[in-house]
Design a binder for this molecule. Structure first.
Ligand code: ADP
Length: 447
């Protein structure tokens, strides 16, 4: 972005002096020359008198011409304002505005831009010194706040939303300034207008509200079903042994669902709390993957799916939290077994590749089921996001598995990618930086 031109610092002579100042000088000179010519006898007295009259008439017309100018409907420019009214803007003040971390504009009390920092261009558009603020900001509330602040000297804060080109929430602070030591609360010499982008904050608030709403909804459903069955068992089905048996089985499943949900919520909040602390215990990924596959083999057998583990990388040590890494790969393999069931096969692979700062372990969990449509891929790791809610519930899903995976990967400073096309299964790949121990082939027996 180009630098903004410096603000005039109450210069001794107005650099943009109006044309009539010079015209009056020329008429005065003409008059003097006519007088001098007449005195020296070079010009006839009558001619000199005529020239003198023309010069005087011209000077008077030019002077009155200032009064004839029709005022423009826009805010008058600071440069054209009489010097007495022009605010004193010193270079240190301009430097201060430029250094402010928020988008900031310094305005005359009439709303004309005196200075703007570079952040303004990103937040509201390119500001031009000398333009009225309304050329840049078209939000009536902000313009009204600036006008009011310039009248009564009271700071103001305005929140506003923009819909185009993107949904954004912004906050504008109007701070009247008394640069020449005037009385606070009186009419200021200048107005500082700063902006703050509230979009990220609003999104977090929205996410929190959605999360609480989703979590309570997820808990309320099985709870309502439990209460319903309890009432039935106490009432109409009191003496029906067959119904009691059936209802108790359903109640057991609902209670387990609630308990899984609470476990997942607690894990998520614990991992999220520690996401900034990178775990540093050396653990062997090969051992972890073998453990996960062994644990899930009974589930796979139940569903008629085989798990194939290929550990081409040999020992692959990473710095991590063993329990969290087990949870990560358990979630991915379990999802492959649950949603990729029709493919009858799940491949778990461990390989290495060169990364930007050294070697990385590449762990892939691939299934051959129905896959995931591309429009769902970017949202898969959102809390409670499911491609098919009923299918997820049938499988005992909470909708939090991949959110937990994302946080564990983030805590281990790794990366996760998902590749999938409908009908061709899904491939979840996690990349984790290998620890130095790997190159020395030290395997941690604990892992
Ligand atoms: P859930 O508890 O529902 O399994 P997850 O966060 O683990 O929640 O997964 C979110 C959604 O992503 C699932 O509901 C499912 O629709 C989809 N999904 C995850 N893994 C797979 C997969 N391997 N194949 C197809 N869909 C998947």
């Amino acid at each position: 972005m180009s630098m903004l031109p410096p603000v005039p610092v109450v210069p001794p002579a107005d650099p943009r002096a109006p044309w009539w100042c010079y015209a009056r000088l020329w008429f005065a000179l003409l008059g003097l020359v006519a007088l001098a010519g007449a005195a020296a006898g070079l010009v006839h007295l009558a001619v000199a008198g005529l020239i003198l009259i023309v010069a005087l008439a011209g000077a008077i017309c030019v002077r009155r011409g200032r009064a004839w100018r029709v005022p423009l409907p826009i805010v008058p420019s600071a440069a054209s304002a009489p010097p007495a009214q022009r605010p004193r803007v010193d270079p240190p003040l301009i430097a201060l505005v430029a250094a402010l971390p928020e988008p900031a504009l310094l305005l005359t009390p009439d709303g004309e831009i005196l200075s703007a920092n570079e952040r303004v261009a990103l937040a509201v558009g390119a500001a031009r010194v000398g333009d009225p603020l309304s050329f840049l900001v078209r939000v009536p509330e902000v313009l009204a706040a600036v006008r009011a602040g310039a009248e009564d000297g009271v700071p103001r804060r305005v929140e506003f939303a923009e819909r185009i080109p993107l949904d954004r929430w912004l906050e504008a602070h109007v701070v009247p300034l008394h640069l020449q030591g005037g009385r606070p609360g009186g009419r200021p010499d200048a107005v500082l207008l700063t902006f703050r982008d509230l979009t990220a904050q609003r999104r977090v608030e929205q996410m929190r509200a959605d999360f609480v709403a989703n979590a309570s909804h997820e808990l309320r459903t099985p709870l309502a079903s439990l209460s319903g069955f309890i009432e039935t068992l106490l009432g109409p089905a009191r003496n029906d042994a067959a119904a009691r048996e059936r209802f108790l089985t359903i109640m057991g499943a609902q209670a387990r669902r609630m308990s899984r949900l609470i476990d997942d919520l607690l894990s998520l909040s614990r991992i999220e709390l520690n996401v900034h602390v990178r775990p540093d215990t050396p653990v062997d990924l090969g051992g972890i993957l073998a453990h996960v596959c062994d644990t899930l083999t009974p589930l796979a057998q139940d569903r008629g799916v085989t798990i194939e583990l290929s550990r081409g990388a040999g020992a692959a040590m990473v710095r991590g939290d063993r329990d969290e890494l087990i949870r990560l790969f358990e979630n991915l393999v379990e999802n492959a077994l649950k949603y990729g069931l029709t493919g009858k096969r799940v491949e778990v692979g461990l390989a290495r590749e060169a990364g930007p700062t050294g070697e990385v372990a590449v762990i892939s969990v691939r299934d051959f089921g129905p896959g995931i449509a591309p429009e769902h891929l970017p949202r898969l790791t959102e809390r409670f996001y499911r491609v098919d809610v009923a299918a997820s519930r049938d499988q005992g899903g909470t909708g939090l598995g991949l959110a937990i995976v994302k946080h564990i990967v983030a805590r281990h400073r790794g990366r996760m990618t998902v590749e999938s096309s409908p009908g061709e299964g899904a491939n979840f790949t996690v990349r984790l930086e290998l620890a130095e121990e790997t190159s020395k082939n030290e395997v941690n027996p604990a892992a």
